[in-house]
Structure formats: C-alpha cells, structure tokens
Design a protein around this ligand. Structure first.
Ligand SMILES: [Zn+2]
Length: 448
C-alpha cells in the first residue's frame, strides 16, 4: 500500500468538542483505506457533503442569531436539508451584511477565537473572519489532497504572501508545516523585514523547492534576481510554484513556468472561505476542494442556482468551520463549474474562474474577462508581464512593455493591435511603455 503522508502535529485542546468531531472518523476511515477524498465516487463524496452542510446548519442555528433568523424567515423550522439540491433554499450571505461587522456571523464565544483575519477592504470596510484554534490546526487539516499536493518533509517552502491581516501567508504556512512537515521560509512580500534581495538570498541559502506567491510577485522576483546576480534555475531551483491572490491567464502561468523552470499551479482561495480550488497537473481548471467547501454557481441577477456548464457567481459554503462558518457566501467572483472528466482521476468538480464581477471590461457591446484579454496578449512573447488595460468610452487601450525583442515601439504596438483583432476581434489602441510600476501589493492591471 502506498505510504500516506501523515499530519505532523495535532493540537490537543482539552475538553474541546464541536459539531465537527463527527467527521474525524470519516477521514480516519479514508486513511485506513489508503484513500483521500479526491478520488471518491461522487455518491460517497456527496453523502459526506450533505452531512457536513447539515452539521454546519445545525451549528449556526444554535449559535448565531443572524443565521437563525434568516433561516426562519425562509421557512426553515429545523436546520436541515434532505438533499444537496435543497441547499438552494438556504438564504445566501451577502458581503455587505458582514462588512465591517466582526460579530454578525460569529458562532463561538470571543474567548474561543484563536486567530482573526481581515480582507484588504479595497472596496470599503474589511470583512472579518475568526478562526478557533481547532479550526486552524485540527478541522482545516482533516481533508488530505495528496494527488494535488506533492510536498513532503524533504521540501523547503517559501511563502511570499502577505502575513498581515489576510489569510494567505499564515494559511500556506500551516498547510506546509502541519500537513506536510515542510520547512517554511516566511518571506512575505517585500515588507520592512524582508526586502527582495534578502528574500532571494534566503531562497538560495536554504535551497527552497516550493514557492507560494502571487503571479505578479513571481514575475517581480525573477526580474529582481537578474539585478542581484542570482540565477534562477541554478542558484534557486524550485520544483513547484503555487500562485494565489490574484488571478491570471494560463499563458501568463506558462510564461512563469518557463522563467522559473518548474511547474506552476493555481490555488484559489479567499480570506473569508479559505481553500476553494486547486489546479491539478493537467491544468484544466481548479478541482474544488470538496472536503472543505461546497461550491455553487448562481445567476448574479436572479440568485437562482445554475446548472453545470453555465457561467455565474461563485457561492461558497464552508464545511469544516466552527468559529465563523460561511453559509452560501456570495464571493463576487465569476466562474463556471463542470463535472470532473479530468485525466488525473480526481472526481472533485472542476471550476474555471472568470474574474470578478466588477472587473469585467465592457468593450463595445460585450463583457470581457481581463484574463481572456491577458491570455491573448501573453501569446506574444515580445510582450512583458507588466501591462495595463484601460477603458476609454467603451474602447480598450492596452499599455504594455517590451520583453527581450528587437522590435521598435511602433512595430510592437502594431503587432499587438493586429493580434488582438485576429484572435479576439477587439479593436484596441496600444501604447508601449517602459515604466509600468512594479508592485509588492496586489497588482492593478485594469482601469475602468
Ligand atoms: Zn485533474
């Protein structure tokens, strides 16, 4: 039998009990069968999900006034659904309801909170999430995804994600340390204690094998390495990069694979919901991490659940949370969900991300995802990884940088213009710049 990785540490919390304890035997059983949740037959997976949703509904009904009142208003007399389709009758949770309110959906006493995270609050007040210690170190680590994650204790993982406020830095830190026993280099994103040159030096000194970061920071680290005389592929030899935080197109991802000389995969999660989806080695979309979350796609206007294959807003229900469960949380992200027919054998549904609702670009009469435009732009190897998309009265202006090319600015601008017309039928204006600002934060590429 294949030897399974084991979680390296468990937090023991005296007299701790939760509605989630009942799922420990399920995962233990899987371990004993030498399986993970990733390849379970759908019936068994969905049976688990129904139980976990009902456990969550019972928990929020019992411990949170807001959730309970909403359920009662929708006609629930008990916190229970009979099948997964009935999840559609559970009220959705809107961002605006919890924005700036740290207690609204809190389901434990404040003394039981172990960690607080905040969203960056770029569009107003932040959203708070509170985790108990058990959320972080016990329940969150119950589902294993050993097909999706190949990290082991022999790896050294650099986490170049924000540690302040948001979840990503600490989330990856826990995953690597506690699930895989990996040494972690907490380099953050160019903060006061960790300038880029020192971070690169650390990757080199400790022979990092894994990097978790954002697409733009992965690009920035390569550019900076040239400045400091550190050779990627020689001084730093990664075997895997996890990208998260910002979306990007598959062509951008492939460009990073070339630069870094290793596999680059997407990881989709959020500070509110934690892990949501992960790309397998086939790179055909994100497998939903169905041990942790139930994902639905809804029509953003009517709120009705859409069948597989239709694009809509992503709605997430967390399955293994006691501190602050998210029940049918409207993420604001757009995507399309499909049954898995993936060659990797993973049975968990596959999600394609389409970006955020508010980031869609209205060009002429059509809405375009910035990732689609990026995808076609990045098909041209002469275009660098830093660019802006701007809208001027319904027409698109692309600002791009040259990358290792002899073409003149005019030649490249014409080439891009022609390429976008041929590939996607968009007539755009192109400006070649050499001063698009690099960022340590979230890269802003779209201006509307
Ligand atoms: Zn797959």
């Amino acid at each position: 039998m294949k030897k399974l990785q084991t979680h390296k540490m468990e937090v023991s919390i005296d007299k701790h009990s939760s509605h989630l304890e009942q799922f420990k035997p399920f995962y233990k059983q899987l371990d004993e069968e030498g399986k993970t949740i990733e390849k379970l037959p759908r019936e068994r997976l969905e049976d688990y999900q129904l139980k976990a949703i009902n456990a969550t509904l019972a928990h929020v009904w019992e411990h949170n006034e807001y959730y309970r009142s909403k359920l009662e208003e929708s006609g629930f007399t008990a916190p229970e659904i009979e099948n997964l389709d009935q999840l559609a009758s559970v009220p959705m949770l809107e961002k605006d309801v919890i924005r700036g309110d740290k207690d609204k959906i809190l389901c434990v006493e404040s003394k039981d909170i172990g960690q607080v995270h905040l969203t960056s609050g770029t569009s107003g007040k932040p959203i708070y999430t509170a985790y108990t210690l058990a959320d972080q170190y016990v329940y969150d680590l119950l589902p294993k995804y050993l097909e999706l994650f190949k990290e082991t204790e022999d790896d050294v993982a650099a986490v170049a994600l924000p540690y302040e406020f948001a979840l990503p830095g600490l989330g990856f830190q826990r995953l690597f340390q506690f699930a895989f026993g990996t040494a972690v280099l907490s380099i953050g994103k160019g903060g006061y204690m960790a300038p880029v040159d020192k971070s690169l030096e650390l990757l080199k000194e400790y022979q990092a094998t894994v990097l978790a970061t954002t697409p733009s920071y992965a690009a920035l680290l390569v550019e900076e390495s040239e400045k400091y005389g550190i050779q990627i592929g020689k001084d730093i030899r990664l075997k895997k990069i996890w990208l998260t935080g910002e979306g990007c197109s598959s062509t951008f991802r492939e460009r990073l694979e070339k630069w870094w000389g290793c596999e680059v995969s997407f990881f989709y999660g959020s500070t509110e919901c934690g892990v949501i989806g992960v790309e397998c080695s086939k790179h055909n979309g994100y497998h939903i991490m169905e041990g942790h979350v139930k994902v639905e796609i809804i029509d953003p206007e009517s709120g009705k659940v859409l069948p597989h294959g239709r694009t809509g807003e992503i709605v997430v229900t967390t399955l293994l949370r006691e501190g602050m469960p998210m029940v049918r949380y409207r993420s604001g992200d757009l995507g399309v969900l499909r049954k898995s027919k993936c060659d990797c054998g993973i049975t968990m549904d596959v999600l394609q991300l389409r970006g955020r609702k508010e980031h869609m670009l209205r060009i002429g009469e059509e809405d375009y995802s910035p990732f689609i435009i990026e995808h076609f732009l990045m098909e041209l190897p002469e275009v660098g990884l830093w660019y802006h998309l701007k809208l001027d009265q319904g027409s698109l202006i692309i600002e791009a940088e040259k990358f290792r090319t002899e073409l003149s600015n005019d030649q490249l601008a014409n080439k891009i213009k022609q390429h976008m017309a041929d590939r996607i039928g968009i007539d755009c204006e192109v400006v070649i710049r050499d001063d698009i600002p690099r960022t340590f934060g979230k890269a802003t590429r779209v201006f509307t």
